[in-house]
Ligand binder design. Structure first.
Ligand code: B1M
Length: 210
């Protein structure tokens, strides 16, 4: 089957259809990653562009986001199953003030698939909550996601909090999200930046097994 049909169903916000098509694609032998990249993420890209150009509005975006979630419910366990070894505890969340979690969830699922133990704090996470989770779980990795230019600046507050409490050198910090750049990551003192989920996995696996 053409994976564009999944993208189109997602654009149209048809969650039931997305779920059925994702299952059909798997049954036909497409890999979870192909379905994610060429079906769901490419559909969400179109939604993003249309939203940006004022061709669609928030309700449509939300409906597509719900369809994305429906597909992810099938894909996520399969991505997770691909991982074998455990590479360490990994705290992840979307920063304070930011409710976008689709990309963060994909990154978390792929990291889990790669073998990290994921502690997902969800969205709108304040610096204290990240800090506490790192300490409580003795985490070696921390992932910060932000999709808004107004919230990405909050990432520095999280890193500053780790530094202030003398744990900065015990945890590798990776940042990501659409507005992010390598330069910004360096400027705020993160250890690394990844533009997408597969690059995040490569980078963190390198840290875990140098
Ligand atoms: Co929002 N939104 N949104 N939105 N939204 C954007 C981000 C925006 C670019 C749209 C636009 O104007 N073109 C824009 C931000 C502009 C800016 O800041 N410069 C925007 C805005 C303005 C807003 C609101 C302010 C709108 C309003 O209310 N007026 C509002 C803010 C709410 C808040 O957070 N406080 C808002 C709300 C929403 C919805 C709730 C409707 C919904 C989110 C639903 C949800 O996440 N559960 C939503 C959506 C869906 C989008 C777009 C259309 C799609 C985002 C998405 O899911 N992309 C988005 C436009 C766009 O990005 N094209 C937009 C698909 C996802 C797979 O990609 O998240 O980039 P992405 O994740 C990638 C990489 O970035 C990377 O890997 C992922 C997978 O490859 N990555 C990481 C992400 N996190 C990472 C972490 C890592 C490493 C890599 O390490 C830890």
């Amino acid at each position: 089957m053409d994976l564009n049909t999944i993208a189109q169903a997602l654009i149209d916000g048809k969650d039931k259809e997305v779920r059925e098509l994702v299952q059909k694609a798997l049954d036909e032998g497409h890999t979870p990653k192909e379905i994610l990249d060429s079906g769901m993420v490419s559909g969400m890209d179109v939604v993003g562009k249309r939203f940006k150009n004022f061709e669609i509005f928030l309700p449509e975006v939300l409906i597509s986001a719900r369809a994305m979630k429906a597909g992810m419910e099938i894909i996520k366990p399969l991505l997770v199953k691909l991982g074998e070894e455990m590479l360490g505890n990994f705290v992840i969340g979307t920063v304070k003030g930011d409710l976008h979690d689709i990309g963060k969830n994909i990154v978390a699922a792929m990291l889990e698939g790669a073998g990290f133990q994921i502690i997902d704090l969800g969205v709108d996470v304040p610096p204290e909550k990240y800090y506490k989770a790192v300490i409580d779980n003795n985490a070696g990795f921390l992932g910060l996601s932000a999709l808004l230019t107004t919230t990405m600046t909050g990432m520095k507050n999280v890193i500053d909090m780790l530094t202030k409490n003398n744990v900065r050198d015990k945890v590798k910090v990776i940042v990501g999200g659409a507005p992010m750049t390598n330069e910004f990551a360096k400027k705020i003192g993160a250890d690394g930046y990844a533009p997408d989920a597969p690059s995040a996995v490569d980078l963190c696996k390198n840290w875990a097994t140098p």
